[in-house]
Design a protein around this ligand. Structure first.
Ligand SMILES: *[C@@H]1O[C@H](CO)[C@@H](O)[C@H](O)[C@H]1NC(C)=O
Ligand SMILES: *[C@@H]1O[C@H](CO)[C@@H](O)[C@H](O)[C@H]1NC(C)=O
Ligand SMILES: *[C@@H]1O[C@H](CO)[C@@H](O)[C@H](O)[C@H]1NC(C)=O
Ligand SMILES: *[C@@H]1O[C@H](CO)[C@@H](O)[C@H](O)[C@H]1NC(C)=O
Ligand SMILES: *[C@@H]1O[C@H](CO)[C@@H](O)[C@H](O)[C@H]1NC(C)=O
Length: 409
């Protein structure tokens, strides 16, 4: 009898312990759900937009849920949200192929699931849908397609005052209201490393930083802003907005110092007066407005090194991005149209190799062959010399991503 009682007590104790464990798991997953800006980003963004058709979403069983089998699975409490990387781009005119190549480079190397926010002129929507749907077998991304739009209060005024496509990106914090953080890139960007790497810089922001960009120049003697600008700009040489990492929660909350009124203004209220004041003096459009804003609010900017936004300017007149030579080129920015002309063969070759390749592993491995051939032809130019670094970077990224057993990926 005593023994029987003991067994019963033991069983009860065990049951109680597993219950406790289950509840603690539940608490953890609830907490994480509330924290990481999990939510349902696209839903609200779509309702804000007049005719914004949403792209076809697909499920991705994805790493997080499957990664920790164990007791929590038994109690069906495995729904831990995987943090998604939000990537935005604005595509107008002839930029379809370039944009798709950028998205492809993001997919080839990235680890976390990606959420694309693509703002495009209406006539490009069908082409985007066609291609992106054909990539859906990858199951590592979702996309939303939006028309070029502005907040309704002064949409007409913005369209009248400024090229709509160029200023679209300034409004992303107001349009994607439910998205916590976002990486904005120009269409002429190529990722040579996982997007996860730049995304992780968000965690390095101190309490006042809200956005991150790279300097426009490393070398003031050839800098544009310090020689020609007729408006304030950030730091010694200004910043380049082709790769811009944003904590939009903070951007929406902040009151910005400015030179128009003595009161501080919110993001949504500062843009129009700024444009009105400076429209005759700005050359590079929205990038200039960002420079003016961060001139007045320098504590809010996180400046990342040039290797996260590597442009022809860094090698045309000699190599002036030290970090890239030492650690590699992480994100390539082919501005000045260098992917499409013969001025910088190294940039063009990388672009074409990524444009031409498909998503099969073998194909991605053979990506490097045409590049190595091209290398021999271009060593005589400054940018040709750093071409070796492009190839080294790509080789490493491919190894990191594809030369591990499939289980670990
Ligand atoms: C895509 O969206 C669906 C539905 O919203 C979601 O279940 C899935 O996890 C998403 N996939 C990725 C890779 O984000
Ligand atoms: C615009 O540039 C002109 C000429 O350099 C300068 O006099 C003027 O103050 C500038 N306007 C603003 C708003 O800075
Ligand atoms: C962005 O800032 C908000 C408010 O400070 C914070 O809660 C959130 O975790 C930040 N997002 C990221 C990805 O660091
Ligand atoms: C955050 O970093 C920026 C840039 O280094 C700096 O100006 C600012 O004072 C820092 N903020 C805090 C709260 O330390
Ligand atoms: C990419 O394809 C084009 C045409 O199909 C070809 O001319 C070019 O040499 C290829 N480039 C690379 C780097 O693979």
């Amino acid at each position: 009898m005593r023994r029987y009682l003991r067994v019963v007590v033991l069983c009860l104790a065990c049951g109680f312990c597993s219950l406790l464990y289950a509840f603690s798991q539940l608490a953890v997953s609830l907490e994480e759900g509330a924290g990481g800006g999990g939510g349902k980003p696209q839903a609200a963004a779509a309702s804000w937009l007049a005719g914004g058709g949403r792209g076809a979403g697909r499920g991705a069983g994805s790493a997080g849920a499957a990664a920790h089998p164990g007791p929590s699975d038994r109690y069906s409490l495995k729904m831990q949200p995987v943090e998604r990387v939000h990537l935005a781009v604005v595509a107008c005119g002839e930029r379809l192929e370039e944009t798709l190549t950028m998205l492809k480079s993001a997919l080839i190397f990235s680890i976390k699931p990606l959420q694309f926010h693509i703002f495009a002129e209406d006539q490009l929507h069908d082409s985007f849908k066609g291609i992106l749907n054909s990539w859906s077998f990858l199951q590592t991304f979702n996309y939303s397609l939006y028309p070029i739009t502005f907040p309704s209060e002064n949409a007409a005024e913005w369209k009248k005052l400024f090229k709509p496509c160029a200023s679209q990106r300034l409004f992303l914090p107001l349009i994607l209201k439910e998205v916590d953080s976002l990486l904005y890139v120009d269409t002429d960007i190529l990722f040579l490393r996982p997007v996860d790497d730049i995304w992780s810089l968000l965690k390095k922001f101190n309490s006042t930083q809200i956005a991150a960009m790279a300097p426009e120049h490393e070398e003031p003697r050839i800098g544009w802003y310090n020689r020609f600008a007729r408006h304030p700009y950030y730091g010694k040489t200004g910043v380049n907005s082709g790769v811009m990492l944003m904590n939009m929660t903070r951007m929406r909350r902040k009151y910005f110092k400015n030179d128009m009124t003595s009161v501080r203004l919110r993001w949504g209220d500062i843009l129009m007066p700024l444009l009105k004041k400076y429209k005759l003096n700005i050359t590079w459009g929205d990038q200039d407005l960002l420079n003016i804003i961060f001139f007045h609010n320098p504590e809010s900017l996180f400046v990342f090194p040039c290797q996260w936004n590597y442009r022809p300017d860094h090698c045309i007149y000699g190599s002036n991005c030290q970090e890239a030579e030492e650690e590699g080129i992480f994100i390539l920015h082919g501005n000045r149209g260098v992917y499409h002309d013969d001025k910088q063969p190294a940039f063009r070759a990388i672009y074409e190799a990524l444009r031409n390749c498909s998503f099969e592993d073998d194909n991605i491995h053979s990506l490097l062959k045409p590049l190595e051939l091209e290398l021999q032809k271009t060593v005589h130019t400054y940018c040709g010399k750093i071409y070796k670094i492009f190839i080294k970077q790509l080789t490493k990224s491919i190894q990191d991503r594809y030369d591990r057993p499939p289980k670990e990926r």
